[in-house]
Design a protein around this ligand. Structure first.
Ligand code: 5GP
Ligand code: ZN
Length: 115
């Protein structure tokens, strides 16, 4: 399924739910997390509805590569110059709450980061 009408991130992609947009291209949308855990906390998502990392196949390799190279570029543009953390929560025991693949990128002055 390329678009799930019940998915909150698909609704953000479709503009049905507002978001604080950081970046957009044909494949990817990036916006600020609504409940930031860090001074700068963004979510990088594919526009395509992929529920989680479990459903990723070789066909998505370029897409994931694109997200991975975007993260450092966008964090730098957002003023994060001293490092950041990227996280992809996967499945119930991975703490995933929204079942549309997303990469968290979190940074800014510590002490937000524990462990
Ligand atoms: P997960 O636990 O699935 O990795 O993280 C989901 C993230 O999505 C959470 O950090 C949560 O704050 C964020 N989130 C959930 N709903 C919305 C929303 O409607 N807008 C935005 N900007 N972020 C959301
Ligand atoms: Zn979705």
């Amino acid at each position: 399924m390329s678009h799930d009408p019940n998915c909150i991130f698909c609704k953000i992609v479709a503009g049905q739910i507002p978001s604080k947009k950081v970046y957009e291209d044909e494949q990817v949308l990036v916006f600020h997390d609504i409940h930031p855990w860090a001074p700068v906390h963004i979510l990088l998502i594919p526009k395509l509805h992929i529920p989680s990392l479990v459903e990723v196949t070789g066909e998505h390799a370029a897409l994931l590569g694109h997200m991975s190279t975007l993260a450092p570029r966008l964090m730098k543009e957002l003023g994060v110059t001293n490092g950041f953390r990227t996280v992809i929560n996967t499945g119930p025991d991975g703490g995933q709450e929204v079942y549309h693949l997303h990469m968290h990128a979190m940074g800014g002055p510590r002490p937000w980061l524990k462990g």
